[in-house]
Design a protein around this ligand. Structure first.
Ligand SMILES: Cc1cc2nc3c(=O)[nH]c(=O)nc-3n(C[C@H](O)[C@H](O)[C@H](O)COP(=O)(O)OP(=O)(O)OC[C@H]3O[C@@H](n4cnc5c(N)ncnc54)[C@H](O)[C@@H]3O)c2cc1C
Length: 317
């Protein structure tokens, strides 16, 4: 059976759910090896958290170059594994870091790349949604190793327990990859909320909040949801740009997306319309986002959200 590589995805010192999603997609193609790129001395601990999904093997490479030289060193190491294993495909999480790694590995291995896949078939055909989600494209890489980045939350992850074999390997990091050195870095300040692109529930606010996100945040916190925002809200400085959902923001595909005071411009829809269930709260019955809503509430979000929050809280006991 052919080997399929995935680049294990981490949040802090734990593999994310996205790692299991990548493994689930990769297992359709072949036997899954997860690559763990770790700082010196941390490989075993990180590899131990790669314990969900159909993963038969974990390849651990330790190097402090990953922290000091960033994406270039990561791509060098991963390209080395690709050249060594000749996998049937390499799957990487489709966030900014993952896409940059994928692009660099594609260049280093003279391979084709497909980004932002929402599905991957057994023959490594990738499915993408383009033109704001209005068109579905199926494509295959025709040269080298298919390198595919997969959007978090697009694949139903097999999260059954895995006890993969551990393989230690080394990487040769080129001088070119070391030309830029990261002088200092600071992890983002994490609130109690989940990461936007990985969250099962996202509650977003738009211009209709008039800059007051308290009702949106209270509802989100009760549901254990991430908070998103339209570009109108982020451009106004009401919410950080890192929370913007849409064409020029993040793409989310949660189980539940609650849009509050957001009209539904095509650029916003592009970032959320693959959500499994869409709830819209808007006081304008003609708001275009109602067209793709599974459940709509016509009303003022400052009336609706506190009532919804109270009702859910009562239900939760
Ligand atoms: C190149 C380009 C890229 C873009 N990228 C993005 C992107 O990534 N993400 C994005 O979101 N936008 C993006 N935009 C902007 C997009 O076109 C819209 O301008 C933006 O999405 C509008 O945000 P909004 O829905 O919050 O505001 P509006 O369109 O002004 O809608 C506000 C809505 O709130 C409702 N409302 C008002 N008060 C209340 C209340 N009290 N209770 C309930 N409802 C209320 C109104 O009825 C209205 O429907 C982009 C635009 C361009 C040109």
């Amino acid at each position: 059976m052919s080997t399929v590589l995935i680049l294990a995805d981490f949040s802090g010192d734990h593999a994310t759910k996205t790692t299991a999603e990548l493994a689930t997609a990769a297992a359709r193609i072949g036997s899954v090896s997860a690559v763990v790129l770790a700082p010196a001395g941390k490989g075993a601990a990180l590899a131990a958290t790669v314990n969900q999904g159909p993963i038969s093997n974990v390849i651990v490479i330790e190097s402090n170059d990953f922290a000091s030289h960033g994406v270039a060193a990561v791509a060098d190491a991963l390209a080395g594994v690709v050249k060594d294993k000749s996998p049937a495909a390499l799957l990487i999480a489709s966030h900014a870091f993952g896409k940059e790694v994928a692009a660099r590995v594609a260049v280093l291995t003279e391979s084709g790349i497909i980004t932002d896949a929402v599905d991957v078939a057994a023959d490594a055909t990738a499915t993408q949604l383009v033109f704001g989600g209005s068109t579905t494209v199926h494509s295959q890489v025709s040269q080298g190793t298919p390198i595919i980045t997969v959007r978090p939350n697009s694949i139903d992850a097999d999260v059954s327990a895995a006890s993969p074999a551990i393989e230690n390997a080394t990487a040769a990091i080129s001088d070119i990859a070391k030309k830029a050195t990261i002088a200092s870095s600071q992890p983002p300040v994490k609130g109690g909320r989940p990461e936007l692109t990985e969250a099962n529930i996202v509650v977003s606010g738009g211009r209709g909040t008039d800059g007051n996100f308290s009702a949106v945040e209270a509802f989100a916190d009760l549901l254990g949801a991430a908070v998103g925002a339209s570009r109108a809200a982020t451009d106004a400085g009401w919410y950080p740009h890192s929370h913007q959902v849409g064409q020029t923001g993040k793409t989310v595909s949660p189980q539940l997306y609650v849009a509050c005071g957001i009209s539904g411009a095509i650029q916003h829809r592009a970032g959320m319309q693959t959500s499994k269930t869409i709830v819209v709260v808007n006081k304008d019955p003609e708001a275009p986002l109602f067209d793709i809503a599974d459940f709509g509430v016509i009303g003022d979000l400052f009336n609706v959200l506190p009532q919804a929050t109270a009702a859910v809280a009562a239900k939760k006991g």
